[in-house]
Design a protein around this ligand. Structure first.
Ligand code: ZN
Length: 91
């Protein structure tokens, strides 16, 4: 089976794309990972429907993810990457 591989280095992860699913809103927000981490005490709301995407806790999943990605970038002695596989459909 053939497959296409897409390798993404942790260091290349710079932006999170968040889609608001509140009542089929569908608004897409893109935020720099650094900003999500640095502004972890700020609330994030959907610019269209005002749904709360992140509360002011700083311990939410988005903040944890941003922190983990930053920590991955700082790991010494190894290179961390993510592999996306896309099969061709031909086996
Ligand atoms: Zn929304």
């Amino acid at each position: 089976m053939s497959e296409n591989l897409l390798k993404i280095l942790a260091a290349e992860l710079t932006t999170l794309r968040i889609t608001c699913l509140n009542e089929e809103c569908g608004t897409v927000i893109e935020m720099p990972i650094d900003r999500i981490r640095e502004e972890s005490s700020k609330e994030i709301v959907c610019p269209l429907c005002q749904a709360k995407i992140r509360s002011r806790q700083g311990t939410d999943t988005l903040s944890k993810l941003a922190t983990a990605i930053d920590e991955l970038k700082a790991v010494k002695g190894v290179e961390v990457s993510f592999i996306l596989r896309q099969g061709t459909g031909k086996e």
